[in-house]
Design a protein. Structure first.
Length: 177
């Protein structure tokens, strides 16, 4: 069975009747209502969305059984997950971040680079983080030019290392302070 996928994070309380701010990690933010009960990563606690509406950059949601501001405040920071099977299939060239974590990273010459440890997005596109067997992790753009091949069945990604990585000049490993 595949690991559950994080689809949302609960923020602070909204109002006095148990509503919360809910940040979703789905293409359609309101899709969290269609997945059935959402669970904590360990599966111990489950939450069913009773109502959700779009706000500026998040949802305002209520969960069944959460009726007071105090109850809502205790949920702040919880991440909510669903079983991988409940999510829609991806199209060609699309991946869930969770599918990429743990894949082996190799160069186009098949030399080992390390393992994919995270996918980040700081607002300017996805970044793939690769941890080598020793040394600092590498952060590279997750683009077709840098990651031309994602082989989920083979458990690997192929990386076309950029010729120059910002901060490296003539053998220098670090940018001067």
């Amino acid at each position: 069975m595949a690991a559950p996928i994080c689809v949302a994070r609960i923020g602070g309380a909204h109002g006095v009747r148990g509503a919360v701010k809910l940040w979703t990690f789905t293409q359609d933010p309101l899709a969290v209502q269609r997945y059935g009960p959402l669970a904590t990563k360990d599966g111990v606690r489950q939450f069913e969305v009773a109502h959700a509406r779009q706000a500026k950059d998040h949802l305002v949601a209520t969960f069944k059984g959460v009726t007071t501001r105090e109850e809502a405040e205790r949920l702040n920071g919880l991440e909510l997950y669903v079983a991988r099977e409940k999510l829609p299939a991806t199209d060609e060239g699309e991946f869930y971040h969770a599918d990429l974590i743990g894949l082996t990273a190799v160069t186009t010459a098949d030399a080992p680079l390390g393992r994919v440890v995270a996918i980040h997005n700081f607002g300017a596109g996805d970044i793939i983080e690769i941890a080598p067997s020793h040394g600092a992790t590498m952060l590279l753009p997750f683009t077709n030019a840098v990651v031309p091949t994602v082989d989920l069945a083979g458990g690997r990604v192929v990386i076309e290392l950029p010729e120059e990585i910002e901060g490296e000049r003539d053998g220098e490993d670090e940018r001067p302070i």
